[in-house]
Design a protein around this ligand. Structure first.
Ligand code: DX5
Ligand code: ZN
Length: 216
C-alpha cells in the first residue's frame, strides 16, 4: 500500500480547518506542506506560522517540502512549527551533507528533493544518510501541472540504487499525480504519492484518497 501525502497547496485556505478535518478522517498518511520563497521557485506560498496551525489540527505526519534558498537558516524554525520530515532541494544546498546532519540533529527525518533536470546519480554519496528522496515530476512552484513522463525512468534508477545498497529510503513523487498515472508510478518503485489537485479538486476527496490508497 502506498503512503498518500495530499498537498495542502491545493486546499481552500479560507477553510483550512475543514480541509484538515477532511484529511484526518481520510486514509491519508501524511500532510504534504509546500513552502515557497519566491526565489528558489517563482511563487510564494506559506511558512512556519501556517504549519504551526496545521500541526495543532492533526496528529498525522507533517511532511514539509522546502522550496527555498538557504534552507539551513530555517530548519530550526520548521522543527519548532512541528515538521516531522524536512525536505530540502539539492539545487538549493551548497553543503547538502551538513544540511542533512542539521535536520537529523534537530530530530526530524531528512528528505532531499530533486528537480526534473537533476539526475538521481547526484545522490550516490548521500543516499545512506537520508530518509526520503522527493523526485519532482513537474518543475516546482505550482500545483496542477502535468506529470513529466521521464520521471518513471528516474524512479526505476533510484529504486535500483536503494535496493542494491539494502537501504530503506522512501521514494516520494511530487507533481501531476493522478488516479490514472499512480499505478505506473508505484510499479516503477515509488512508495509515497503526493497529490494536490487530484485530491482537493475531486468531488469526493476522501473517496479519491481511498482509491489512491488501494493501489498496490
Ligand atoms: C509543486 C509542489 C507540489 C504540488 C503538487 O511545486 O511541490 O507538492 O502541490 O500539486 P499537484 O498534485 O496538483 O501537481
Ligand atoms: Zn511538494
Amino acid at each position: 500500500m502506498p503512503i498518500i501525502a495530499p498537498s495542502l497547496l491545493a486546499a481552500n485556505f479560507l477553510h483550512l480547518s475543514n480541509e484538515c478535518e477532511m484529511l484526518n478522517k481520510s486514509e491519508a498518511d501524511w500532510f504534504h506542506l509546500d513552502v515557497m520563497d519566491g526565489r528558489f521557485v517563482p511563487n510564494i506560498s506559506f511558512g512556519p506560522m501556517i504549519i504551526e496551525f496545521i500541526r495543532k489540527a492533526t496528529t498525522k505526519t507533517c511532511d514539509v517540502h522546502l522550496m527555498i534558498e538557504e534552507p539551513e537558516k530555517y530548519a530550526e524554525e520548521f522543527k519548532k512549527a512541528g515538521a516531522d520530515i524536512l525536505t530540502v532541494h539539492i539545487e538549493a544546498c551548497r553543503h547538502l551533507h551538513r544540511n542533512i546532519q542539521q535536520i537529523k540533529s534537530l530530530g526530524m527525518k531528512a528528505g532531499v528533493a530533486l528537480n526534473p533536470h537533476t539526475p538521481v546519480d547526484s545522490l550516490a554519496d548521500i543516499l545512506h544518510e537520508i530518509d526520503l528522496v522527493c523526485l519532482m515530476s513537474v518543475n516546482p512552484g505550482f500545483g496542477g501541472q502535468k506529470f513529466i513522463p521521464f520521471t518513471l525512468e528516474k524512479i526505476k534508477q533510484l529504486r535500483k540504487m536503494i535496493d542494491d545498497r539494502g537501504l530503506n529510503v522512501h521514494i516520494e513523487i511530487d507533481g501531476g499525480v493522478t488516479l490514472e498515472n499512480a499505478q505506473s508510478i508505484l510499479d516503477a518503485g515509488a512508495d509515497v504519492l503526493v497529490a494536490g489537485s487530484t485530491v482537493f479538486k475531486a468531488t469526493d476527496p476522501i473517496g479519491m484518497i481511498r482509491d489512491l490508497k488501494q493501489l498496490s
